[in-house]
Design a protein around this ligand. Sequence first.
Ligand code: NAP
Length: 323
Amino acid sequence: MLAAICPALEHAPELRDIPPPPLAEGQVRIAVAAAGVNFADTLALAGKYQEKLEPPFVPGMELAGTVLEVADGVTTCRPGDRVMALVTGGAFAEQAVAAAHDVFVLPAGLDLVTAAGFPVAYGTSHLGLTWKAALRPGETLVVHGAAGGVGLTAVEIGAALGARVVATAGGADRLAVALSRGAAVGIDSRAEDVRARVKEETRGRGADVVYDPVGGALFEASLRSIAPNGRILAIGFASGEVPQIPANLLLVKNVTVIGFNWGAYRRLDPAALRRSMAEAVDWWAAGRLSPHVSTTLPLAECAQALDLLRRRAITGKLVLTMG
Ligand SMILES: NC(=O)c1ccc[n+]([C@@H]2O[C@H](COP(=O)([O-])OP(=O)(O)OC[C@H]3O[C@@H](n4cnc5c(N)ncnc54)[C@H](OP(=O)(O)O)[C@@H]3O)[C@@H](O)[C@H]2O)c1
């Protein structure tokens, strides 16, 4: 099968013909039609992701395709089913194997390119906002990196939950995407004072919940413009800067900072993750979510795809197709 292989850390992936991975107990083999590209793939290739992959490895953590075979005893899907799946590396290839509890059968009408970019972004934002942050209707939700993969789904899910969404992104074009997906207000994080603008938009009170996949200066601005009793969901550090948190600021305003590593719930609480994913898919089926795959590229252009993500040139999701 053709696969993108990372031969060594800090090396661009190379297209190679390799044997398909073996099918182990409890697993499902999938003919991959498309794979979602995540910022975390760029971290994995640099050896900086929390789940280390040893070179040579096939990157990619989410995919969609058709089930080819299932291990004995697997009952959640069957050969021929259209599915989306999570894997710990291995998605950027013509075939992948996934644990049965990480495979989700698709409803009719959810196409494989859209589905390939669905699980990580919608899964993270849905479980993070409904459960971890317990976002309530009428609250103000600030979403940073709101034009990016997870950020844009947080905008949609926040709006679907009845929150007033304030989006930050770098530039008017990127903000326009967030506004088209339900944000009420856009703040240009490259040109405006985010702390002052959040205060202004909330009449001095501050945001109730912040969804932060960027970190660095935006986290700092969030900490200083959050309402009393506010919750900050620490989702990621796309800026490359991991914030240090002065505990006195948390104490004075009764602020809660919530660390959220969604992927860890594949092991910690797979049933909760599956329930959340099923609800996100139901919301899609009901027309409440509009996935935005802005760019598709063939597997052979995997290295260019990762570069586009690093250069912040993508809105919504970038998807590789196996062709
Ligand atoms: N906690 C979890 O379970 C979980 C799940 C998924 C993703 N994440 C994390 O969330 C972050 C975003 O992931 P993603 O896949 O959504 O990435 P993405 O699509 O590339 O979006 C990241 C956004 O961050 C903004 N950004 C600000 N500074 C940046 C910089 N120096 N380099 C790149 N982007 C920068 C960009 O928006 P502007 O250019 O508009 O500023 C970009 O749209 C990553 O750190 C990822 O690891 C965490």
